[in-house]
Design a protein around this ligand. Structure first.
Ligand code: MEV
Length: 449
């Protein structure tokens, strides 16, 4: 069923039933109407299909309208000593210098006691947003009176989670009418153990909404108007300020000899000052935190977690005091340099992609099949290490030296350098500064007869 006429303009006339086409027909339509060279486009898409049909089907079925796979490199940052145990962190990321920087930071702290991390809280949040036109104290009493009903109505959903020690931990009415007329919330809290818990929470919330509306209809103290509660929506919140983890490193200032030309005391002072700037200045804070997310997202992605949820929650947390601020902090007290991060991370090590995606399964195995709490600690450390690497470069050599070294291979690939040329030019740029134009001119020189 290819509901497309040859004379239809794809830019102005929508296609009907696209999702019902098979993969070949979808690609055919797309390549024909949206690319300059349809045969080449089809070739590129096909290049990324997996030859293992079952594996390809698994990926096809993760989402709708799959036409190919989109690769990211999976790298490993070894030598992370975290809570006295060594880890090799799997990182899925495209940015050239991130894995190298993480590895460098891991190695540096390896000899200085490693990273310490601990979970400060695991509370997840969901809300039923609703409108109620009536007496607030009556609503209050009503919600109080149906607490048990909320729990019994969700018993089938919560049974397994409760068996493992989790479940619903609170259902509280919040009056939001000062911000929006008639607007209230059921602010609900959950313990979802090793699951990220999105499906569990959303299922509970949708049941709460039903219970709320049903019970209101027969609640005697309500007037006719009051008994009609309008539910606007029921959804988890990705802002989880009490699903929090802290990671830290510390060592005597005298051990901060990173480079021969900068004394440990000067380096410590520069680090603390750079972090303070990110604490007080939002433009810098955003970039500072972006560097942290380089490490966090890479591990979050490799372990099959929802990096958009993590990003949204982390940035909201960075702005929790009314101004967007650094997520890391640094101090020198009594000759001890301390560097730490506190971030909300709602992660899972069961459910979702964790048992489905073969690389995610492997990444979790590499990490020793961590609990969600352990994974929170590892991810927080990845963010802290990444930030240490970025800021220590920024306050010493600048970022470009290391970044361009790692980017060299991308430039050589853009130039279609062959293996021998790559070898020669990599050796050359060990001793020369990498810039785009320097690489192009060295490459051209090499190719000259
Ligand atoms: C680049 O991906 C990340 C940095 O900009 C982070 C920072 O400035 O701290 C280097």
């Amino acid at each position: 069923m290819y509901l497309w006429q040859q004379n239809q303009d794809p830019m102005t006339q929508p296609i009907q039933g696209f999702s019902k086409l098979d993969k070949a027909a979808k690609i055919d339509w797309l390549a024909t109407h949206f690319t300059g060279d349809p045969e080449e486009a089809k070739k590129v898409l096909a290049q990324y299909w997996n030859t293992d049909r079952q594996l390809q089907q698994l990926h096809d079925e993760f989402i709708e309208n799959t036409i190919s796979n989109f690769y990211l490199p999976l790298g490993i940052a070894p030598n992370f000593k975290i809570n006295d145990r060594l880890y090799a962190l799997p990182m899925a990321i495209e940015e050239s210098s991130v894995v190298a920087a993480a590895s460098k930071a891991a190695k540096f702290w390896l000899d200085r006691g490693g990273f310490k991390a601990r979970v400060l809280g695991t509370q997840k949040i969901g809300q039923v947003h609703f409108m109620f036109d009536g007496a607030p104290e009556k609503l209050d009493a009503f919600i109080e009176s149906i607490q048990e009903v909320f729990i019994t109505d969700t018993a089938a959903i919560t049974k397994n989670m409760e068996k493992r020690g989790g479940g619903i931990t609170g259902i509280v009415l919040r009056d939001k009418t000062a911000e929006l007329q008639h607007y209230y919330q059921l602010h609900c809290t959950f313990e979802t153990l090793d699951a990220m818990g999105a499906n569990f929470i959303n299922s509970c919330l949708e049941q709460f909404a039903e219970t709320l509306q049903r019970e209101a209809k027969t609640y005697r103290p309500f007037t006719a108007d009051e008994s009609t509660i309008e539910v606007v929506m029921s959804i988890l919140s990705n802002y989880v300020p009490e699903c929090l983890v802290r990671a830290e490193v510390e060592c005597p200032v005298s051990e901060l000899q990173l480079r021969p030309d900068i004394s440990p005391a000067v380096f410590a002072e520069k680090m603390v000052r750079a972090v303070t700037i990110a604490e007080i200045e939002p433009h810098r804070a955003v970039t500072h935190n972006k560097g942290i997310m380089n490490g966090i997202d890479a591990v979050v992605l490799a372990t099959g977690n929802d990096f958009r949820a993590v990003e949204a929650g982390v940035h909201a947390y960075a702005a929790k005091d009314g101004r967007y601020q650094s997520l890391t902090h640094a101090s020198v007290t009594d000759g001890i340099f301390s560097f730490w991060i506190e971030i909300p991370l709602a992660l899972g090590t069961v459910g979702g992609l964790t048992s489905l995606h073969p690389l995610v399964k492997l990444a979790l195995e590499i990490l020793g099949n961590p609990s969600a709490k352990e994974l929170m600690q590892l991810v927080a450390v990845a963010g802290l290490a990444q930030n240490f690497a970025a800021v220590s470069s920024l306050v010493t050599t600048g970022i470009q030296e290391g970044h361009m070294k790692m980017h060299l291979m991308n430039i050589l690939n853009q130039l279609h350098a062959n293996a021998e040329e790559k070898k020669v030019l990599t050796a050359y740029f060990k001793k020369h500064t990498v810039t785009h134009s320097a690489v192009v001119s060295a490459f051209e020189k090499l190719r000259q007869p």
